[in-house]
Design a binder for this molecule. Sequence first.
Ligand SMILES: Cc1cc2nc3c(=O)[nH]c(=O)nc-3n(C[C@H](O)[C@H](O)[C@H](O)COP(=O)(O)O)c2cc1C
Length: 190
Amino acid sequence: MDAIEALLNRRSCRKFTSQPVEKEKIMKILECANFAPSPANKQPWEFIVTTNSKYNMELQKRVETIKEKVAEKSGWKWLPAFRVDFITEAPVLIVVSGDPDRNGAEQFLDEPSKGYEHGCCAAIENILLAAHSLGLATLWLSLFEKRDARDIFGIDEKQDPVAIICLGYPQGPITAPTRKDLATKVRFLD
Ligand SMILES: Cc1cc2nc3c(=O)[nH]c(=O)nc-3n(C[C@H](O)[C@H](O)[C@H](O)COP(=O)(O)O)c2cc1C
């Protein structure tokens, strides 16, 4: 699949089939993730992969409770009804965990950014695009407490579970959410 086509047609998937994902595909996706750019090539990521549904069930249980809390704090009225069954449906979970000590030059600037997070996000996007090009679908999940992720997936407390990727075969077509007009997002300077 052409890279531009993959970029434009990838969608967040919230309905997976139970079809298992081939090991070779999982490994190819992880290889792509590991080739992501990162500040000073620090490769700040670790990928924790599971096909054991006990992890999905525990994660979904905890996300359900988070939903309530976030709905209350944010006032987002749609959130309590937002289904997160895709967590238990997904045949594969990939936790992308970052090492907060693996940053680049940006950490020494007056306004430092979190280089390790940026590297992890680049790896996550590679996961999403590689999966899509292999006929799979993904959901980038951030609606979880980091302490829960550390507890469920056995992650050291010094590490930062940046995101959990739900991976599997999509059930049915996915409607593309709209995007704001590009003209409102771009400024060309002469
Ligand atoms: C950093 C980040 C966090 C996200 N967290 C969640 C999440 O917790 N739950 C969810 O259902 N979707 C999550 N998404 C997916 C977005 O809702 C989705 O990308 C957006 O609506 C655009 O849809 P598309 O991915 O199909 O283009 C997240 C996406 C990003 C980039």
